[in-house]
Design a protein. Structure first.
Length: 70
C-alpha cells in the first residue's frame, strides 16, 4: 500500500483519516499473546498495589536529557 502526497490535506483532514483508519480495525482482529497478557496483568496489579511509580512525560524527558548530558 502506498499513501501519496498527504501534504495536500489539512491537519483536520489528516486527523479524520487517522480516526477512520483506527476505527476500521476490529478489536477482535487485534491479538495479544498470553505472555503479554500475563505481563500486563502483573503491571496492573503492581500499579493497584502501589508497587510501581508513574512519571509524567516531562519527568521522563528531563531524566533522559540528564543522562544524555552526563
Amino acid at each position: 500500500m502506498e499513501i501519496k502526497n498527504l501534504s495536500k490535506y489539512s491537519n483536520a483532514e489528516k486527523i479524520v483519516l487517522a480516526e477512520q483508519l483506527w476505527d476500521s480495525i476490529s478489536k477482535k482482529e487485534l491479538e495479544i499473546s498470553d505472555e503479554l497478557k500475563k505481563e500486563l496483568d502483573i503491571r496492573l496489579k503492581n500499579l493497584e498495589e502501589g508497587k510501581t511509580e508513574l512519571y509524567s512525560w516531562d519527568e521522563v524527558k528531563s531524566y533522559l536529557k540528564s543522562i544524555r548530558n552526563a
